[in-house]
Design a protein around this ligand. Structure first.
Ligand SMILES: [Zn+2]
Length: 323
């Protein structure tokens, strides 16, 4: 996760879907993980990105410290089914917009990618569940709790949606942001500390390869920064903290409310610890380019590049499913 210094207007946005236009009211916004760990797989020109900015919690999911028994067996879905189910999770929502710069708002861009990928997956005979279909919070999220736990309730709703659907694979869709505008490219995160660790890695490797290839086939280029293990995305008091939607069951804690979300007047302060659940299927989180990089942002404003990235996501998912 990194902090965008300032949202900037874009002089020409002819190719930009209306949903991606930045409101002037959107200033600094945080997005998902800018990697701090070394890639675990080849495929990137990039090394470590800028360090996370303190206090900018992300809906990608700064996460949870795993419980002691968190690696317990995850039961395989036991239901006869002809069509696999893919869960697509467009990151962020509502006032938590993620990264925003150069005419791209991550919240809206993520949803657009999810809906593009859904269309392509349906055409391949795959069922799709999308965790949110509007600019608001994830479906099923309780909006009553403000601040830190509003974000956590939103993330928990995504996990529960995926599990209720008995998804075969879970892909959370984000784009990156960094205080360093030179950083660009695609990253994919997985969590080695949770069930399906090897499958999570395999999925991540499929996705990094397929998105890069799809961009190249369409005549676009950005670095492939590689695959990263998010199991210790952060360390807090000596405990590994992963990305929420990828990490094992456990607890999530916060000593401070999310500074970007104003608490309701007179509201009772929420507890500082919350039990979190885990998705019960292989999963990965993609960071499709850096919104904070002008060249990457231009790709994100390009309908052709966006469609290529969606094709890449779908190709990676289908390859992972053996389809
Ligand atoms: Zn994000």
């Amino acid at each position: 996760m990194a902090l965008i210094g300032r949202a900037r207007s874009v002089p020409a946005a002819g190719l930009l879907p209306a949903a991606l236009l930045v409101s002037a009211a959107l200033a600094a916004a945080a997005c998902g993980p800018a990697s701090t760990a070394a890639p675990v797989a080849p495929g990137g020109s990039g090394g470590a990105a800028s360090p996370p900015v303190a206090g900018a919690a992300s809906a990608a999911g700064e996460g949870s410290a795993p419980a002691a028994a968190s690696a317990s067996a995850a039961p395989a879905p036991a239901r006869p089914r002809e069509r696999p189910v893919v869960v697509l999770d467009p990151g962020h929502g509502a006032e938590e917009v993620g990264a925003a710069a150069y005419g791209v708002v991550e919240r809206d861009s993520n949803l657009d990618f999810a809906l593009r990928a859904e269309r392509l997956l349906l055409a391949h005979g795959v069922d799709v569940v999308v965790t949110r279909r509007s600019e608001g919070r994830a479906e099923g999220a309780q909006a009553a709790a403000p601040g830190f736990f509003a974000t956590r309730a939103d993330l928990l709703a995504r996990v529960r949606t995926a599990n209720a659907a008995e998804g075969d694979v879970f892909v959370s869709i984000h784009s990156n942001g960094s205080a360093d505008p030179s950083l660009r490219g695609v990253e994919v995160y997985y969590d080695s500390h949770r069930p399906f660790g090897a499958e999570n890695l395999a999925l991540a490797q499929q996705l990094i390869a397929s998105t890069h290839a799809a961009l190249a086939e369409a005549g676009f280029w950005t670095p492939s920064r590689g695959v990263f293990d998010a199991a210790c995305w952060r360390s807090r008091s000596g405990r590994c903290v992963g990305l929420y939607v990828l990490s094992p069951e456990g607890t999530t804690t916060s000593g401070q409310p999310d500074p970007r979300v104003a608490p309701a007047a007179g509201a009772t302060p929420p507890p500082t610890t919350q039990v979190k659940e885990a998705t019960m299927m292989p999963g990965a989180l993609v960071e499709l380019l850096f919104i904070s990089n002008p060249e990457d942002a231009a790709l994100l404003r390009s309908d052709a590049a966006r469609e290529a990235l969606a094709r890449g996501l779908v190709a990676g998912i289908l390859a992972f499913l053996g389809l």
